[in-house]
Design a protein around this ligand. Structure first.
Ligand code: ATP
Ligand code: MG
Length: 198
């Protein structure tokens, strides 16, 4: 299953189309989210910092990992790194996770296409574990610990690793300009799952 194409690039395009529509020619569009909604949802669902650790380990389990290593720079506790030896993410799987927050590919046939689920049973991991994930927002529970994190990942078949630096709450709640976080670039933490400067 692929996501329907949204023909409306801007809210203005959509609004103009709605204004010109009729019951015989209704407008169809795709629901999206933005970072402010994401910030509220993650704050609302995950109230304990420990939830983030639970969600990351659950993702490692779903990716058929045998080993998860959690490291921190004790006693400063400024960074937290969660590494696993699971399947990793292809660039396509990573793009899906970034563009479909709240729309998990787990438990769907799309998951098999992305290498996330078992091709015979979409409720199971490629190796046959019963999947924990279902919503598509667990990763963002790290908002409890940090507003910026890195995903560093590589599948066995990909020649290169992929690094995604994610910044949450770039905009203030009153719609003000983005904060300038460029003075604090995230350090690269090496191979692994998710690295979270906190
Ligand atoms: N450690 C990991 N290894 C491989 N893929 C991962 C890992 N962590 C996350 N992913 C990918 O990122 C996607 C999003 O993870 P996230 O936890 O946000 O959602 P989910 O696990 O699909 O559902 P839920 O919100 O119920 O946890 C996963 O579906 C998976 O494809
Ligand atoms: Mg998950």
């Amino acid at each position: 299953m692929t996501a329907p194409q949204d023909p409306y690039d801007t809210d203005a395009d959509l609004a103009a189309s709605i204004a010109g529509s009729s019951s015989e020619s209704p407008v169809s569009t795709v629901l999206k989210t933005d970072e402010r909604v994401l910030a509220r949802v993650t704050d609302g669902i995950y109230r304990q910092p420990g939830s983030a650790i639970r969600e990351l380990i659950s993702n490692s389990y779903d990716a058929d990992a045998a080993r998860v290593v959690i490291k921190t720079d004790r006693p400063r506790f400024q960074t937290l790194t969660v590494e696993d030896d699971g399947l990793g993410m292809t660039p396509r799987a990573l793009a899906h996770l970034l563009h479909h927050i709240g729309g998990s590919a787990k438990r769907s046939h799309e998951g098999a296409d992305l290498g996330i689920t078992n091709s015979a049973d979409p409720t199971r991991s490629p190796a046959g574990r019963r999947l924990i994930g279902k919503i598509g927002i667990g990763l963002f529970s790290v908002a409890q610990l940090t507003h910026r994190f890195q995903i560093i990942t590589k599948t066995a078949a990909d020649p290169f690793r992929t690094v995604a630096s994610v910044v949450l709450r770039q905009y203030s709640d009153n719609g003000g300009p983005p904060h300038d976080d460029s003075a604090h670039p995230p350090d690269e933490q090496g191979e692994g799952g998710v690295s979270s400067p906190v």
